[in-house]
Design a protein around this ligand. Structure first.
Ligand code: IVH
Length: 661
């Protein structure tokens, strides 16, 4: 029986691969169905013999109650962008300085959503979204439904592999046609349709929608090159985009870009650019990454589609700092896959520089294919009726007279009690990179503010006392209220840096919030820090030190902080503790070559633990270069700049003394 089941599973899986991936069906639909029915029957009779890669596991849909959080083993990076030939050359020139004969792999940039897959002993175990790069969401139930994805690899290995889920143009059109017939709102583009299908609790929807996947990255590949890694992914039975190519020079990359720019429209799926990756994995590791992007890869983005539409009005919005922003009201128009009605005009200087008038026809594109941007007026379509913008004198919301910024460019509403400012501050407080509370989107927050349900940060933590009231609101149900309250509860355990960013202290972005949290560890210590002390922290400086002191000297802010504390919101730094150490503290390190006894990432973590800074390239500001085997040009540069060098033996001794190894 076991053998019979195994045989049916193998035949059906092979038939799927040939049908969906190789366009080479060897079973008729009838034959396939009858084998599948035979398997279903045998599995029903012998449920303990169901194999994890059985095609029935793809057929059976599942409804989950929530998306579980998943911490990625290695962060999921996004890519830096380049937009033209000059920027492509800048990218390769920078790399050539370090690696003169660097080889690249060029790939199509799939326009879908990133996913990380985990296989254990060759069996598909989990799929997760990118999320914020560190924590994503478990979408295993939906990814299982992708027909081209095998549930079992050809080798029984543990593997983390990443790629893109997408929807073909054909499936997208079919999906929208069906929605139109059913009177449902249409998806703007295949990416939205794919994302909409993946963000479903019931995997029946993903199954119907016909999603697809290409894999393009193994975070810790054991192979020497990316090209070999891609062949290995394929060998394991996973789908890869076949259009990848090796390029031995910048002109090879530019040829690939030119070729696919021309052929783009004929592809059966959408691409939004070309990904350029350093082929050699050793070089990739040497180049490392910035906080957001790997330095060994970049994405060339196709030029933004430009359209013309009418600028019917300019209206003003108020930000959380009181800053007044003019916004273009546009005749709705489709550009780069979605309909645009509004676009920021930044400030009066922008409007003046572009010579924009109300009533103008304007060129519009999406910067980086995401943010709509007014490029300029179509001068020859002016009829003389266009009107110059008149700047408002009062806040459009609270009518307080506006004040000008020191730079004379921006206008501000100075009223700290301005409702628009308050709502924006609340929206910022709960946002993903701040307190990360899900279920309080912009329009819900606006409604809650107007209904006086939330007027201040502490009110968010009082919501649990209003559970019944919330459940009865239109658009809410028990489940969504419960999820919201769980998310609020979870946010109480955030590390201090999130709270510092969420509070909206002028000039304190995520990076500075992290610096302050690490340095002071507790909000009460930061609250009492002097301006002089703050000023001396690298990266903070005079203006920010003043802002921080002003913020904490304001009694209203002190009250909010103590209320948050008594509501159980954590105000301590929970990240890895920083230990001052004279070998490392405040020194800039560069790592080059391979060390036999420790991985580069681990060494980086240890250096940071002792308050050292690890950077990617050697400059006059570098204090120490740690040199392993096969060190590259960073070593030569360190010698020429007379920078202190630690060899393997020295760093090993230091780490042994510190009990780190
Ligand atoms: S490589 C560390 N390769 O583009 C390298 N990304 O804008 C990880 N993407 O987040 C990415 N096609 O979601 C890579 N062939 C490809 C890709 C690709 C599409 C997506 C991916 C990434 C985004 C960056």
């Amino acid at each position: 029986m076991k053998e019979k089941i195994q045989q049916l599973v193998d035949t059906l899986n092979k038939a799927n691969v040939e049908y969906y991936m190789n366009d080479n069906p060897f079973l008729s639909d009838n034959e396939y169905d009858s084998l599948l029915n035979e398997l279903i029957k045998l599995e029903q009779e012998n449920p303990d013999l169901i194999l994890p890669d059985s095609p029935t596991q793809k057929v059976a849909t599942q409804v989950i109650s929530e998306f579980k959080k998943v911490t990625h083993d290695t962060p999921m990076f996004s890519l830096s962008n380049v937009f033209n030939e000059v920027e492509v050359r800048d990218f390769t020139n920078k790399i050539s300085k370090e690696f003169p004969n660097c080889e690249y792999v060029c790939e199509l940039k799939m326009d879908g959503l990133a996913v990380s897959l985990n296989y254990e002993k060759g069996i598909f175990k989990r799929a997760a979204t990118r999320g914020d790069g560190i924590i994503g969401e478990d979408i295993t139930h939906n990814v299982k439904m992708i027909k081209t994805l095998p549930l079992k690899l050809k080798e029984p290995i543990d593997l983390e592999v990443r790629g893109e889920i997408f929807m073909s143009k054909k499936s997208f059109n079919e999906c929208n046609k069906k929605r139109e017939e059913e009177g449902l709102p249409l998806f703007q583009n295949p990416r939205n349709a794919a994302a909409g299908s993946i963000r479903q609790l019931d995997s029946k929807i993903a199954k119907e929608r016909d999603l697809d996947i290409y894999l393009y990255h193994i975070p810790n590949t054991p192979l020497a090159t990316h090209y070999e890694t891609m062949q290995y992914i394929k060998k394991l039975g996973l789908p890869i985009n076949p259009n990848l190519a090796l390029a031995t020079s910048t002109s090879g990359i530019l040829d690939y870009i030119a070729n696919w720019t021309e052929k783009r429209a004929s592809l059966p799926y959408e691409i939004d650019g070309i990904v350029i990756k350093v082929n050699n994995i050793g070089m990739q590791r040497e180049l490392g990454s910035t906080a957001k992007y790997p330095r060994w890869a970049t994405a060339y983005k196709f030029p933004a589609e430009e359209v013309i539409t009418k600028l019917t009005d300019i209206i003003f919005t108020v930000g959380r700092t009181g800053q007044i922003t003019p916004n273009a009201v546009l005749e709705p128009i489709k550009v780069a896959g979605s309909t645009v009605k509004r676009a920021t005009l930044h400030n009066l200087e922008f409007i003046k520089a572009k010579d924009l008038k109300i009533g103008d026809y304007v060129y519009l594109h999406k910067a980086g294919d995401v943010i709509p941007e007014v490029v300029g007026p179509v001068i020859n379509r002016r009829c003389g009726q266009e009107k110059a913008l008149e700047m408002i004198k009062e806040c459009p919301i609270c009518h307080t007279p506006l004040v000008k910024s020191a730079s004379e460019i921006d206008y501000f509403c100075p009223n700290e009690a301005c409702p628009a400012r308050n709502v924006e501050s609340l929206i910022h407080f709960v946002s993903r990179n701040a307190m990360n509370i899900e279920g309080l989107g912009e329009s819900i927050m606006e409604d809650f503010y107007n209904m006086k349900i939330i007027q201040s940060f502490p009110d968010i933590y009082h919501l649990k006392n209003k559970k019944q009231e919330l459940i009865e609101l239109e658009g809410f149900g028990i489940k969504s209220v419960e999820n919201l309250l769980i998310s609020i509860e979870n946010s109480k355990h955030n590390s201090l840096e999130r709270l510092l960013f969420a509070l909206g202290i002028p000039g304190i972005g995520e990076k500075n919030a992290r610096i302050l949290a690490k340095k002071y560890e507790d909000i009460d210590d930061l609250k009492n820090a002097s301006e002089e002390e703050l000023q001396n922290i690298p990266d903070i400086g005079g203006i920010l030190a003043k802002n921080i002191c002003q913020f904490f000297d304001n009694p209203a802010n002190r009250i909010v902080i103590s209320q948050l504390q008594s509501l159980g919101v954590n105000t301590e730094y929970l990240g890895p503790k920083v230990i001052e150490n004279e070998m490392f503290s405040n020194k800039k390190f560069v790592l080059t070559g391979t060390l036999s006894f420790i991985k580069r990432d681990e060494l980086k973590k240890i250096i940071e633990k002792y308050n050292g800074i690890v950077s990617g390239s050697v400059s006059a500001k570098t204090d120490v270069v740690i040199v392993g085997q096969d060190a590259g040009s960073k070593y030569d540069k360190a010698v020429s700049l007379n920078i202190e060098i630690w060899d393997e033996e020295k760093i090993k001794d230091i780490l042994t003394d510190l009990n780190e190894i």
